[in-house]
Design a protein. Structure first.
Length: 168
């Protein structure tokens, strides 16, 4: 348990970090930050949360905004903004894909590393729990077998054990 669980956790965290860092590079290559100008509040919720400053769902407001795509074409659509930034003419930061469609904010490298560390710790704890659970099952089986053998031996010698003249 002392060696296997941490080794498994390190391997899991390492592989997870590699995969997440590749994902981070792909997301950062495929998304661009841009500034959008709020036109009005939207009647329906947006498909993507684009404002990185938003901390909870209750402080998000769907707005219709306009922005320029990475190729320079004008775009217009529904995005989210914090409830403080919903007045017409207000500028909000949004993320778009390479075609200019709203996209979620890309993951950054430290966040990916944190997720990988948590995955490694989770794998370590899972391995410890599994090893300890198997150990407990083995000990329980051994104790039951031991008590069964003691009961059988007692049944054979029990009633007259230790009495003088009984041949034991």
């Amino acid at each position: 348990m002392v060696l296997a669980a941490p080794a498994l956790g390190w391997a899991c965290g390492s592989y997870t970090d590699d995969a997440l860092q590749k994902s981070v590079r792909a997301q950062q290559a495929g998304r661009r930050a841009t500034t959008a100008v709020v036109l009005r509040r939207a009647p329906r919720p947006p498909r993507f949360v684009t404002d990185p400053e938003v901390s909870s769902e209750h402080s998000q407001t769907p707005v219709v905004a306009r922005w320029k795509a990475p190729d320079g074409t004008a775009r217009r659509g529904t995005v989210t903004a914090s409830s403080r930034k919903t007045a017409p003419g207000t500028k909000v930061e949004i993320w778009t894909d390479l075609d200019g469609r709203p996209a979620s904010r890309p993951m950054d490298a430290p966040t990916a590393r944190t997720h990988a560390v948590l995955a490694g710790l989770g794998a370590t704890m899972l391995a410890v729990g599994l090893i300890e659970g198997v150990r407990q099952l083995i000990v329980r089986h051994m104790m039951r077998s031991r008590y069964t053998r003691i009961d059988q031996d007692w049944a054979r010698t029990g009633p007259d054990w230790g009495r003088t003249g009984t041949g034991s």
